[in-house]
Structures are given as C-alpha cells and as structure tokens.
Write a protein that binds this ligand. Structure first.
Ligand code: ADP
Ligand code: MG
Length: 701
C-alpha cells in the first residue's frame, strides 16, 4: 500500500508530466498520497432542484431544470452579452453571459433540457442568473429524475492552474481516477484500539466521504477522522521530540540558593512577589535542579512583572558560579533593562554590564574581557550578544526578552556559548492562548504569569471617531496640565509607505500646533538608533511632554508618568498590537487612558475589534478574540517555530478542542510504549516515518 501511495502523481491517468509539475508547484502535490489528502474547501449542494417560482434573491447557489425558450446576443465586441429566457413551467428566469457569449450561443438548443446552476439575483424586475453553469440533461436522466444528486466538491486552484485548465472540476475527475486506483487497498493509519476508543471511522471511508460525499450528513465523521489523523501525529511528533531533547539535553545543575538571591530577596526587592510570580519562580527552580537544560517560555501580559523573575533567575545562576545574559530586541529595551537592573542591584556588588551595537572602542574591549574572564556576572544587551567575539567564561543562563523578535536560530547560537548549553528562559508578552502554546512553541515548556501586581488600575479605553477632535483635545489638555505625558501613535512606517510618513509628519505638526505650550517629540523607524534613543530619553526625562511616534515604541518602554495613549487609525492595527501599545500607559499610580481613533464608517468586523478593546484589558481574552477574528494564519509567523507537519484539514485554532483530545491520545502512546516496541503501535511508527521523512522536522531546535 505504502508503495502505491508513494507513486509519483504524474503516473495517474489524466495527469502526465506537465500537469504533475503544475500540481507540485501550485499545490505541493508530488505523490498520490499528497493528492488524496488535498481536500475540498467547500461543497455545493446539487442534491436539490428548485422551481423558478421558489427563487429569491437572497438564496445561495441553486439548481433549476429548464427549457430555453428564447435567446439573443446584444452589443458588440467586448461589451457583447448573451441573454436567454428559460422556464420550468413555474415561471421564467433570465440567464446572462458576459463572457463566452459566442460559445454559449453556439451551444444552446431550444430542444434540450438543461440543468442550470448559479446564484439568483433580482434584476430589471425579474430573477436572473449571471454566468450559470449549464449542463445538458441526458434523456435517461430526465426520464428517471436522477439528475444532480451530489454534493459537488470544490478544490482550491490558483490562477496558473486555471489558465492551464486545471480547474476544480478537472481535479474532481482526477480524484475519481485516484480512487479507482486505490480502491480495495488498506489506507488505515491508526491502530484499532485508538480508533475504537475515540470512535473514529475507517480512514479509507473517511477519504471517500470527504471527496465524494453522497450527503452532507456523511461529512462530520469524515472530517473528524481526518483532522484527528493530522492533530494526533502532530502532537505525537512534538511529544517525542520533547522527550528526546530532554533525554539528550544535559544541563548544569543550579542546586544552591545562595547569597546573591537571598540578599536581593530580603533586602532589595521593593515589593512582594505576586502569587503568579512566585509560582513561575518555583517552576523555574524545579527546572534548574533536574540536570537537564531548561527551555522555558514565560508568558505574561504587559506589566505583569517578568523582569524581576528574569533577574532572580540570573541571581540563581550567579549563586551557582555561572554567568548569565539577558538579550532584548532593541537598544532602547536593552538600555531600560540595564537601568532597571542596576537600580535594583545597587550596593549588591554584582557586576552587570551593557553591550549593544553602539558600545565601541575601549569600552567594548573592556566588556568583552570581563565577560571572557568571568568578572562580568550579568551581561545585558541586544543581539550583539550572539556575535562570535562575545565569549563567556561560564555561561549558565541565557534570557531572551520579547521572544517573537528572535528566530529559533538565534536562540540556538546562544546555546553554543558554553560546552554544556546554558539554560534558556524566553519571555514574551505575546499572549498565546494556553491551549495553543504547546503546539506553537513546540519544544518550550510554558509558564504563565496570569496576575498583575496589586493596585494597578485598568486603563480606560475609549473609541473616538475623528469628528470628536475637540473632546480629545480637552481631555489631553487636562492630563498635560496635571503634569502627565501623552503618546500619539501612528501606523508603522515601512520603507515603501511614503503616505505613512506623511501622516506622521502631519500629525506631529497638528499636535504641535494644538498644544503650543508643550514640547512635542517625534520618533519613527527611519531614524537612527541614536536619534531614537535621544527622542526616548527626552520623553522619559519629561523634557518633551508629548511623543508622536510609530509602533517603534510598541515593546517594553516604561515611562510611568505617561497616562494617555492616543492611537490614530486604530483600525489598521491588530488587536494584540493595540494591546501592546495600551500597555505603555497605566504603569504608574495615576489613572490612564487609551484613545482609539478611527474614521466613522467602519465594517462590523472592525467595530467589533474596537469593542473588544474597550471591553477588556485581559491580554489572553484579546489574543483569543484576535485569533477567532483573524484565524490562525498569523500565529505561526509570530511564534517563529515552524509547524512540524502540514495541516490540510485541521486548524489549530478552530479545532483546539479536538487537538486537546489528540494530545491526550498521543501522550498515552508515549507513556505506555516508552521503548517504542509494542506491536499494536507498529502502524503508528510506520506512519510517523512516512510523515517525518517527507517533512524535514529540524525547524525546532
Ligand atoms: P513586563 O512583564 O511587562 O516586563 P515589568 O517587569 O516591566 O513588566 O514590570 C512592570 C512594573 O511592575 C515595573 O515597574 C515593576 O517594578 C512592577 N512590578 C513587578 N512586579 C511587581 C510586584 N510583585 N508588585 C508590585 N510591582 C511590581
Ligand atoms: Mg518587559
């Protein structure tokens, strides 16, 4: 069976080398197996025949069975159209073709009966169907009334495929060929015990139903079965990968809680930890005692206090005779971390240094030396830290803040900085719903700080349209008069987007004109990092009271005196991005505001997004809503960990519940068959091999 499914698709009757190339380049289909797992994305119901007097404009695609009583071509050249009048005895419809008028004119015969398929619309006082499909009814079909009668599958095709006449219809025909070929073969991929436990139908039957359903009722069981396959093997692959990494991944043991940690905890920590911070600290400490390398992701909403958790983990490394490093995605953030940490560690005698691209000359040389000989105990910096010139004497811990800006490869480069790879802690404010985190981050264990420090007032979020300028102006003025500061943010400036820069500049000018008594700063992605740092420093020190900026301020910056975040063209931002921006205010004791500004004609979808923002400050809820509204598409890009297997039918967001079930099933297999030898799992091993041979699962490392 395996050999048959592995057969090159070009040998399938009706395909050949040319179409095979097209299938591979456009759909990634190389083998028969790839082809039969290319699933329809929708079905059109051709089981029902409507009567013309039933048709209404709001109906989706319908079928009618008609005679054509009259037809004529109107217009000339490209504006030519063919109109035909058709009846089934209950009324008349007009059929219209703008394209291919000549072709249809030659085809139509008033003696035939036709099956007409299309979307009804109301035009010129009568129901018409534009560009219908037309099928001649054979006399035997007409006699028996057995026409139509199917759910018609529709397959995705690309423009190139359509130009080469490789349409959904043709794919359906080729699929019929494929099924003739594999008929009678065993297509099963799951052991009986799993199938019966989870009530899954036979895979061959599921495939048949998904491509050629005889009724809509056949579909749910079939799609559940095929989704199960994908999600089960996805989870199994991940679990086995994690297991093997844990077996291989020797790590250093941080057995001690020593003076650095204790002194800080007892004498320097300016607040008591939240319950969530304590729990995460425990999880980290447990990892550090195992003798295996830690690979942990700490997720926590903006302001949840990840920095102090990071710092305390560094102190554990130091107590055990190791160095630690903390890597941030931008110079601004690295600088802020450095300032916060040196502030917290004042008088502890711990050696902390800052290394970024702009540290040069003698200063750089000193830092590199101190890092190499071990005097520097904690090195904070940007990706400058992963350059080969940075050599540690004994690196025991690497912390990466705001992980989504770093690729998997960069993480791996940090590992190589010590003989025994350092423990890795990744911190992110991008809240991925818990059900998905495991799958998206793959090899990382996940901790969640799901509690904000006490006394935080939620940021009041308001949605204004741009006719409410006066109200906005008054509100801002009150805040400024009270000595507070304001951010005004515009959508990102891309290299190519001149109009965005224009918007920002116009915004800067109008804000400056509206508040002449205050100083306004500006900051955007095209400024050099020194210029950006300067702009940020002036705002931070209060020299400027208003900062007009693009999303360069999105991540991490901390100016507690800023209490208002105005977001212009808020509809152009994603929800998670809006949430990040909002997190820049509400960082001090004062009541803070986030004002979302849009024009006033919004789609329902956009309006809903704005409502979510005004309703909640819970990052996880926002992330979940965002996923529901946008689908899982962006998720993988954000997380930067490639999915090990392609999913053709399952969706990690929509099918999150089934994924949890599959994870449990996969976990059971891993636990009950730790040595990979139980005969009832032969079929699983075979299948895993097939799948992992095809897909190179080296992405997550
Ligand atoms: P983030 O998770 O966004 O990186 P930070 O670590 O920057 O958050 O913390 C946000 C602010 O909250 C900082 O000013 C920090 O000092 C403060 N903070 C952190 N933990 C606590 C706590 N347990 N109690 C009170 N304030 C805290
Ligand atoms: Mg932070």
């Amino acid at each position: 069976m395996t050999e048959l499914l592995d057969q090159d698709i070009k040998y399938l009757k009706g395909v050949g080398p040319h179409r095979a190339k097209m299938l591979e380049s456009e759909l990634g289909v190389k083998t028969l197996r790839d082809f039969v797992t290319t699933y329809p994305y929708k079905y059109i119901d051709r089981t029902e025949i409507h009567t013309i007097n039933d048709l209404r404009e709001d109906m989706p695609y319908v079928q009618i069975c008609v005679h054509i009583t009259d037809f004529s071509t109107e217009g000339t050249g490209s504006r030519q159209r063919l109109k035909a009048l058709a009846t089934d005895g209950t009324g008349y419809v007009e059929l219209v073709w703008f394209q291919g008028a000549k072709y249809y004119e030659r085809q139509i015969k008033m003696t035939e009966r036709y099956l007409v398929f299309g979307k009804p619309s109301w035009f010129n006082g009568r129901i018409s169907v534009v560009h219908p499909e037309l099928e001649v009814l054979r006399p035997d079909q007409a006699a028996e009334g057995t026409f139509g009668g199917k759910l018609q599958p529709h397959y995705h095709t690309t423009e190139r495929m359509k130009r080469a006449s490789l349409t959904s219809k043709v794919l359906t025909r080729l699929m019929t060929e494929a099924f003739t070929l594999i008929k009678g073969h065993d297509l099963e991929t799951l052991p009986d015990y799993i199938r019966s436990e989870y009530h899954l139908i036979d895979r061959g039957e599921a495939l048949r139903r998904i491509h050629f359903p005889t009724s809509a009722g056949e579909l749910p069981e079939a799609s559940r079965r095929l989704k199960f396959d994908e999600l089960f093997y996805l989870q199994l692959d991940l679990l086995r990968y994690v297991r093997s990494r844990k077996e291989r991944g020797v790590g250093t043991v941080f057995a001690k809680v020593g003076p650095a940690f204790l002194d800080f905890f007892q004498n320097h920590l300016p607040f008591s930890l939240t319950g969530a911070q304590k729990r995460v600290m425990h999880e980290i400490r447990d990892d550090l005692r195992t003798g295996r390398q830690m690979n942990r992701l700490v997720q926590g909403d903006v302001g949840s206090g990840k920095t102090v958790v990071a710092l305390m983990t560094c102190l554990l490394a130091i107590d055990n005779g190791f160095q630690a490093c903390l890597m941030a995605p931008t110079e601004i953030l690295a600088g802020q971390h450095f300032a916060t940490i040196t502030g917290l560690l004042r008088d502890t005698g711990i050696d902390v240094r800052l290394l970024t691209g702009s540290v040069t000359g003698k200063k750089r040389k000193d830092i590199l030396e101190a890092t190499a000989d071990g005097r520097c105990q904690l090195l904070v910096g940007t990706h400058a830290l992963i350059e080969p010139t940075v050599v540690f004497q004994r690196l025991g811990l690497a912390i990466i803040d705001e992980q989504h800006r770093f690729g998997v490869k960069q993480r791996a480069m940090l590992w190589a900085k010590n003989n025994i790879p350092p423990h890795v802690l990744v911190m992110t404010a991008t809240p991925i719903p818990r059900t998905l985190a495991m799958t998206v981050y793959g090899d990382l264990d996940v901790s969640v700080i799901d509690e904000l420090p006490p006394g935080r007032q939620p940021v009041t979020t308001l949605h204004y349209n741009n006719s409410q300028e006066a109200t906005l102006h008054d509100g801002l003025l009150r805040q400024l008069q009270a000595g507070r500061q304001v951010y005004v943010v515009y959508p990102l400036i891309e290299e190519s987007e001149k109009s965005d820069l224009q918007d920002l500049m116009t915004g800067f000018e109008s804000v400056s004109a509206a508040f002449p008594q205050y100083k306004v700063g500006i900051m955007h992605g095209r400024m050099s990092s020194t210029e950006k740092d300067d702009a940020m420093a002036r705002f931070s020190s209060g020299e400027t009271q208003i900062l007009v900026a693009t999303t360069v301020i999105e991540v991490g910056v901390n100016v507690p005196n800023a209490t208002v975040m105005v977001i212009e063209n808020a509809d152009r931002f994603g929800l998670s991005q809006l949430h990040q921006l909002r997190g820049r205010v509400g960082r001090g004791a004062d009541k803070s505001y986030c004002i979302l500004i849009t024009h006033n004609r919004l789609s329902d979808h956009t309006l809903r997004r704005m409502e979510i923002m005004t309703e909640t400050c819970d990052g996880f809820r926002i992330a979940e809503e965002d996923l529901r509204l946008r689908g899982s598409g962006d998720l993988q890009g954000t997380a930067q960990s490639g999915m090990p297997l392609d999913l053709n039918i399952a969706d990690i967001v929509r099918d999150a519940e089934l994924m949890a079930v599959c994870r449990e099933a996969a976990m059971h297999v891993v636990e009950t068959d730790p040595d990979d030898c139980l005969p009832q799992n032969d079929i699983i091993r075979r299948q895993l091999k097939i799948m992992t041979h095809r897909e190179d699962f080296s992405g997550i490392s």
